[in-house]
Design a protein. Structure first.
Length: 243
């Protein structure tokens, strides 16, 4: 039997458990904070499909479907002739006017070839859940669209962070953690936000960048992504786009 490991993320969300549940199980809302493409058959035994582009699809089955309480999606893959089950559990609990969400991602093997996936998801979930929190606080129940961009900078993380922060003079950030993260509302070309995470790798800083638009502005996501790609190229010298 393969040994496995897990990681957990907790966050307080400014919404009822019912609203958070819809954000987890309705494809149009999942596409706002989690993956740019989603297809969800919202029932026990239904398919939970998300994609970040060709070669980055994730197909899972809904194993537990307890509305407003517990959602578990499970995917399977083969490793050395054994089936490895990767589970994502979302536990919801009312906390006054808010909802406490506890996410547990489990089933990662302990071998070194699983380290990148384990570490990447451990870092990625807090980013996604902060975007979810922003949407629930500022655009409750409103679907949106997102795009991911990437850049590299021959700068320290703190200097890369400061360059981006300079674009937002006069804007109160939703969340800021110098020099690693920056999240701020953005209104060009419509209601939305941008989120950037900075990580130093082999002497350069990698910038992971999200742009999200909500409601009537959502169809203009390609325009917003192209605009921010050009901005990142000016700020850091290079940028690329995902789906």
């Amino acid at each position: 039997m393969n040994q496995t490991r897990q990681h957990a993320t907790e966050i307080s969300l400014p919404a009822t458990p019912e609203a958070v549940w819809r954000a987890l199980t309705e494809a149009a809302q999942v596409e706002t904070w989690y993956a740019p493409e989603a297809r969800i058959d919202a029932r026990a035994g239904g398919e939970y499909f998300v994609s970040w582009g060709p070669g980055m699809e994730a197909v899972a089955t809904i194993e537990i479907f307890e509305p407003n309480k517990h959602l578990r999606v499970v995917s399977e893959r083969m490793q050395a002739g054994e089936t490895v089950r990767i589970a994502i559990d979302f536990f919801l609990e009312a906390a006054g006017r808010d909802t406490k969400l506890r996410l547990v991602h489990s089933g990662f093997l302990t071998s070194a070839d699983w380290d990148d996936e384990y570490n990447g998801t451990k870092l990625g979930w807090p980013i996604m859940l902060r975007i979810l929190r922003f949407g629930l606080a500022n655009h409750p129940g409103v679907p949106g669209r997102q795009r991911w961009l990437y850049a590299t900078a021959a700068l320290s993380p703190v200097n890369a962070w400061r360059r981006l922060e300079g674009v937002f003079r006069g804007v109160v950030p939703e969340y800021s953690n110098e020099p690693w993260e920056f999240c701020a509302p953005w209104s060009e070309p419509g209601d939305g936000l941008v989120y950037a995470a900075f990580a130093e790798r082999k002497g350069v800083t990698a910038v992971s960048f999200h742009v999200v638009l909500f409601g009537d502005a959502a169809p203009r996501i390609e325009e917003a992504a192209a605009d921010w790609k050009a901005r990142l190229e000016v700020l850091y010298g290079s940028a690329s786009a995902s789906v």
